[in-house]
Design a protein around this ligand. Sequence first.
Ligand SMILES: [Zn+2]
Ligand SMILES: [Zn+2]
Length: 108
Amino acid sequence: MGPTKVVRGGTPLTCAHCSGQTFWERSALLNTPGMTWLGLDWLNESAEVFVCGTCGRLEWFLFVPDPDNPEPVAITCLSCGKLIPPATDTCLACGWTYALGEDAEVRD
Ligand SMILES: [Zn+2]
Ligand SMILES: [Zn+2]
């Protein structure tokens, strides 16, 4: 397999140096001693690294949530303040549901 086209953030990745649009894909853990030496240990993340198939320039991407498919986020129960798990909409502590809360606000 050769280098392939890459799309990130809805935009085809283009090499900033040679305008090439085919890249080798690599992944990298940034929380390594080498990254600490580079002063990048604050990232403490994993990243995608694309190597330009034409000139070899590295393009780095930290993993970010897909805007079309965002990760579910725990919400806070407006009744008791406990966190409601992403997979449910009912508070496990007091039984309050997010849907009921919204209805109550609209109903007036
Ligand atoms: Zn290039
Ligand atoms: Zn609750």
